[in-house]
Ligand binder design. Structure first.
Ligand code: HEM
Ligand SMILES: *[C@@H]1O[C@H](CO)[C@@H](O)[C@H](O)[C@H]1NC(C)=O
Ligand SMILES: *[C@@H]1O[C@H](CO)[C@@H](O)[C@H](O)[C@H]1NC(C)=O
Length: 485
């Protein structure tokens, strides 16, 4: 009898807690104690952002979900999103077992997953260092051009006149650029260390956060096994020790008085006598660069090939403009603004491909209110970048691929749109925006100078509707025919 009584009390407590927690929470699909909004997944799919986009007619401003007990709000309304993105109250990040004890050192490290003072300090330092990237004897632009030349030449010599599968084609180039910036090194694609890094990165990305949503899973050996606890631990450990290793190498070389060669050098120099700089945070920032700057740029470049193949007339126009302005020489920083049609095309590709459809979570740091609803401390908010790119009232014909929308009337200048925010906006706007833009500019131009990209006669036409969406959205492998120029 007693246990029945205890059970009844437990059920009542859980239900009351659920009612209290859902009180005045933003509206959304039905939610229940313990499982939360799990049932809506069957109906609308497991990707919350894409779910929220489908639910816009019902919930135009925002949709509330319960992932287990975790409260998640997706903001569909642009003005509300702006409010969230620019507010300090909503500038937190999820702090959980994975970020804290596996990825971190019993605390969150770096930029992406920190908040408050540490985040502000790490972000300010990293941004200004990236901005002033003039160290070593080569700037950021020539590092990028060097990598672009290698992959483009490789494609040109190996695949001229042939069908080619675009399947993370630029993964190595993009990671090499990051390695070079962070540690001054570049790897040969066949280097075992590079292969290991690639393998680990791909897996770290795929590992979901299920145990953060249902923390109870962390407490038994059996459930730990089910979500792959030890494998995750191993991967993260491998990833961390790679950076520990390069940092050690840098420390040994640092006392020579030469100018800093890379990010690690600059950080170690600044660290002297300043407690806000720690080796753990340096490792965190390095991991941030790879996690945030690899897949995003690589996927966008795959989308570039896809849209170029589907729109030969756009491709031709870009190439003509490039040959008129630059000829066959490598693009430099000063070429920005001189090839507006090509730049508008890159923007349109970013709009249509929506590579970071939801950005990253913004956690409420205290109990607060948003548009009349109660947002409790620790609620996660995402702004729906994907929906801003598809807003019919705003764009008119969002479903069309039309670079001209980003050009002024005489085609001499690109236009700015408030809702074109592929890198997010506000307090936590992408830290790699200038690096990413430089990469997209240089790679796109060098690809078009050297290769014609065509639909293959032997394979299905690439389909933008065939994609894989997690934190990033990338096309499934597709075929094109390449022709050397
Ligand atoms: C096309 C490529 C890229 C896209 C579309 C992109 C997009 C984004 C978005 C939407 C956010 C979240 C903004 C928010 O939470 O409000 C973000 C954050 C971030 N990105 Fe990027 N990104 C790209 C490339 C890069 C690169 C190359 C780096 C490398 C340095 C980078 C580093 C970061 C970091 C560190 C953050 C977290 C900032 C913070 O928490 O304060 N990203 N990015
Ligand atoms: C794409 O690459 C992955 C990893 O190398 C491989 O497993 C997969 O079979 C490739 N897909 C296609 C269609 O070639
Ligand atoms: C990266 O690209 C190379 C060459 O295209 C490919 O062999 C490799 O499987 C890719 N790596 C991943 C993790 O997909």
């Amino acid at each position: 009898m007693l246990w029945l009584f205890v059970l009844a009390i437990a059920v009542v407590v859980i239900c009351v807690r659920h009612l209290l927690e859902s009180w005045n929470f933003p509206p959304g699909p039905p939610r229940f104690p313990v499982i939360g909004s799990l049932l809506s997944i069957e109906k609308y799919g497991s990707h919350l952002i894409l779910q929220a986009t489908k639910l816009i007619p019902q919930y135009p401003k925002m949709v509330g979900f319960f992932a287990g007990r975790m409260r998640v709000v997706i903001i569909n309304d642009f003005d509300l999103a702006k409010k969230v993105a620019f507010s300090d109250t909503f500038s937190g990040r999820l702090i959980g077992m994975y970020t804290e004890t596996m990825r971190g050192y019993n605390r969150n490290i770096g930029v992406i997953s920190t908040q408050g003072q540490i985040w502000r300090h790490n972000r300010r330092f990293s941004l200004s260092t990236l901005k002033e990237f003039g160290f070593g004897n080569k700037g950021m632009w020539s590092i990028i051009a060097e990598e672009a030349a290698i992959i483009v030449t490789d494609l040109k010599t190996k695949w001229d006149g042939q069908d080619f599968v675009v399947n993370q084609t630029f993964n190595i180039s993009v990671l090499n650029i990051l390695w070079k910036i962070v540690s001054g090194k570049r790897y040969h694609p066949d280097d075992p260390e590079m292969k290991e890094l690639m393998r680990v990165l791909a897996l770290v990305f795929k590992s979901a956060y299920i145990e953060e949503v249902f923390p109870i899973l962390q407490y038994t050996k059996f459930t730990q096994e089910w979500y792959g606890h030890s494998q995750k631990q191993l991967l993260t450990q491998t990833f961390k020790s790679m950076f520990e290793q390069v940092i050690r190498e840098h420390e040994q070389k640092l006392h020579t008085k030469e100018s800093p060669r890379d990010f690690i050098d600059v950080y170690l120099e600044a660290k002297k006598g300043n407690d806000l700089f720690t080796k753990e945070d340096l490792i965190g920032i390095c991991m941030d660069f790879f996690e945030a700057g690899g897949e995003t740029v690589g996927s966008t470049l795959s989308w570039v090939l896809l849209y170029m193949a589907l729109h030969p007339e756009v491709q031709k126009k870009c190439r003509q403009e490039i040959f008129n302005c630059l000829g066959v020489r490598e693009p430099t920083m000063n070429d920005r603004g001189t090839v507006p049609y090509t730049e508008a095309t890159i923007m349109e590709i970013q709009r249509c491909s929506s590579v970071a459809p939801s950005g990253l979570e913004h956690k409420a740091l205290e109990d607060t209110e948003l548009d009349g609803y109660t947002i409790k401390k620790d609620t996660l908010l995402f702004y729906n970048i994907n929906s801003f790119f598809l807003d019919r009232d705003y764009w008119g014909d969002p479903e069309n691929f039309r670079p001209e929308r980003f050009l002024n009337d005489d085609g001499s200048k690109t236009l700015k749109y408030e809702r074109f925010i592929p890198f997010g906006f506000g307090k936590r706007v992408c830290m790699g925006e200038s690096l990413a833009k430089a990469e997209l500019f240089i790679f796109t131009i060098m690809i078009l100078q050297n290769l014609r990209i065509k639909i293959s006669a032997n394979h299905a036409k690439p389909d933008p509707g065939q994609y894989e969406a997690g934190i990033t959205r990338s096309p499934l492998p597709f075929h094109v025919t390449l022709e050397a120029i």
